[in-house]
Design a protein around this ligand. Structure first.
Ligand code: KIV
Ligand code: ZN
Length: 506
């Protein structure tokens, strides 16, 4: 093992998905997984297999399609979770089971209601059981940041003896200061030696996740767990792009340590995750925020024009975010369109390219300027998608005062067009009722989110719905994209329905 290499463990699809409102369906997770492969992460935590049938399905599909990255599934320290995780990752060439149990007194006493000896016993049994499926087992001491170091040493020694090859010490609640984390990591690295890789997983509750991760690297951690755009539970996880660009930019501090991340893919990855989850990084977010390379003050602009390094420590092009002056429109040809797709990281076959070009021209008739985000949204929502069992053909709606509305919808199913109409409390409700009637499957709407893609009054609307269909306990996510918000709502609902049916078929 190269002692200078920092292993990048991306958990956008697991901890990142735990961000409120960030749920993704299988197809969307596959798209992100393909982009993470281009980005060059070393390990991809594709989900928590035992959490739901949808999680299992997504991990399993990713395990089949991603060849160059180690695929991990999270599992509680329970036999049933570990077995499901093993089944989900089974098709992957390189796989890892990541099992965890809490080790802080507060968690053991109040949440687990287990004595520390029992926790060690469960951890050891779990690692041994995981080893019956894979060689590569990671063990996490949940809430390590608030755990007693003597106990951490005891449990870590025991799980290493049982076969764990990576020990992750998360600051689960984002409580620690960089110097405190560094002290813990240094002591654990010294204690474990070469028997396992020490990993960190820092949450951002006090805004210190990246600082804590960098301090941990200095102290000897050789795996960092992180997410794109810093997504994650509550205030999120350490942002991959910030860790990677700090290591590069402050080479004077960190050399010879390095990652294998392809920095030029950072911007495309960030935009794809934002476009799929609908969660935009704050404008002043380091590295990938909209303002990260914008110079507003005259003095700064003047300085940058004379010599960029006066106010810039990273260039936009370092992360693949160079200003692309080419805004596509009505008169753009197929060649420019294809170039743009390649530029944005999409790899479409000829028939997908044809379909995308037709949809692009269609959009040009409705919208004057087409921005990169429009194209990303168009391709990720309209081209790379789950099999279209049902497809929205036509929609007409009317609303009157007091909230009552009606909708007539035509849906294509098995090459047949089925039309129906319904009344509802509001237009979206009427649309969803018609779709339920046509498909004969009732859905309960759990969440409905509207986002504008790119700029202008004629911006595309992206609707995200979360629906629980009748015989399922889990919500399915659907996205719809259209210049018309109600049409986008109909498409989103049908996309959730298609996603639910394809998963059922699989
Ligand atoms: O924050 C945490 O402790 C986690 C573990 C499950 C790794 O996400
Ligand atoms: Zn976490």
């Amino acid at each position: 093992m190269d002692k200078n290499k920092i292993i990048v463990f991306d958990t956008t699809l697991r901890d990142g998905e735990q961000s409120p409102g960030a749920s993704m369906n299988t197809e969307e997770k596959i798209q992100i997984a393909l982009q993470l492969e281009r980005l060059g992460v070393d390990v991809m935590e594709a989900g928590f297999a035992a959490a739901s049938a949808g999680d299992f399905d997504a991990i399993n599909q990713i395990a089949k399609q991603i060849n160059n990255i180690r695929i991990a599934s999270l599992a509680r320290a329970l036999e049933k979770d570990i077995k499901v995780a093993a089944d989900a990752i089974a098709p992957a060439k390189n796989r890892r089971i990541h099992t965890f149990i809490a080790t802080s007194s507060i968690h053991m006493e109040h949440k687990l209601k287990m004595a520390s000896e029992e926790v060690i016993k469960r951890a050891v049994e779990s690692v041994k059981y995981a080893k019956t499926f894979v060689d590569d087992v990671e063990f996490s001491c949940e809430d390590a940041g608030r755990s007693d170091i003597v106990f951490l040493k005891e449990i870590c020694a025991a799980v290493v003896e049982a076969g764990a090859t990576t020990l992750n010490l998360p600051d689960t609640v984002g409580f620690r200061m960089p110097y405190e984390i560094a002290k813990m990591i240094e002591e654990m690295v010294k204690f474990i030696g070469d028997k396992a890789i020490i990993s960190v997983h820092n949450h951002n509750d006090l805004g210190l996740a990246v600082a804590n991760t960098l301090a941990s690297i200095k102290a000897g951690a050789r795996q960092v767990e992180c997410t794109i755009n810093g997504l994650g539970e509550r205030a999120g996880n350490a942002a991959l792009e910030e860790i990677v660009m700090t290591l590069k930019t402050r080479n004077d501090e960190f050399a010879p340590l390095y990652t294998d991340i392809v920095a030029k893919e950072i911007y495309a990855t960030s935009r794809l995750v934002a476009s799929i989850t609908g969660i935009e990084p704050q404008p002043n977010k380091a590295i990938v925020g909209k303002n990260a390379f914008a110079h507003e003050s005259g003095i700064h602009q003047d300085g940058v024009l004379k010599c960029a390094s006066t106010y810039e420590i990273i260039r936009a092009e370092d992360i693949g975010a160079e200003k692309n002056s080419l805004v596509l429109g009505k008169h753009s040809g197929r060649h420019a369109f294809k170039d743009k797709l390649i530029n944005l990281g999409f790899d479409l076959d000829d028939s997908e390219l044809n379909e995308a070009f037709i949809k692009f021209k269609d959009l040009c008739d409705k919208k004057k300027d087409i921005f990169d985000d429009d194209i990303r949204a168009l391709v990720s929502n309209e081209i790379i998608k789950i099999p279209q069992i049902y497809e929205v053909e036509k929609l007409s709606t009317s609303s009157c005062n007091k909230g009552h509305a009606s909708a007539a919808v035509s849906i294509k199913f098995n090459d047949e067009i089925i039309s129906d109409a319904a009344l509802g409390n509001g237009t979206a409700d009427a649309i969803f009722k018609v779709i339920d009637r046509i498909s004969n499957i009732n859905g309960e709407l759990k969440d409905y989110k509207v986002n504008a893609v790119s700029q202008g009054k004629d911006a595309l609307a992206k609707i995200t719905v979360k629906v629980v269909f009748e015989d399922s306990n889990n919500a399915t996510i659907g996205h719809g994209l259209d210049i018309d918000t109600m049409m986008a709502s109909a498409k989103a609902y049908v996309s959730a329905l298609n996603s639910y049916l394809s998963m059922k078929n699989r």
